[in-house]
Write a protein that binds this ligand. Structure first.
Ligand code: SF4
Length: 105
């Protein structure tokens, strides 16, 4: 019985160590602003913006490929809120703040 418990404990420790290592080396950074922008979108995934869905739209908005006004379902006020999420200027040309950590790339 004690041997079986020892094996189970050792197996648990080894598997936990593997998970820690995998988490360390397989980690993929994703800009947290994408989640903020996506949560502010209507979540209808209607495709009226020309993208496959709201998540793709949020990802492209963060890198500057689309602008909040291209989501035709949103109100103007909500577009402003989305712009704030992406830390961009609302008026005129959009400016992307390049404040991502070096580990992001
Ligand atoms: S138009 Fe707006 S609601 Fe429709 S898919 Fe694009 S981002 Fe989502």
């Amino acid at each position: 019985m004690a041997i079986a418990l020892g094996y189970m404990l050792a197996l648990g420790v080894v598997l936990a160590a593997l998970l820690v290592i995998a988490n360390r080396f397989l980690f993929v950074f994703q800009d947290p602003r994408i989640d903020e922008v996506e949560s502010a979108l209507p979540h209808t995934n209607c495709g009226a913006c020309g993208e496959a869905g709201c998540r793709i739209f949020a990802e492209k908005l963060i890198v500057g490929d689309v602008q909040p006004g291209q989501c035709t379902v949103n109100s103007h006020d909500n577009s402003k809120a989305i712009a704030d999420c992406g830390q961009r200027e609302v008026h005129g040309l959009w400016r992307l703040r390049r404040d991502l950590p070096e580990t992001a790339f």
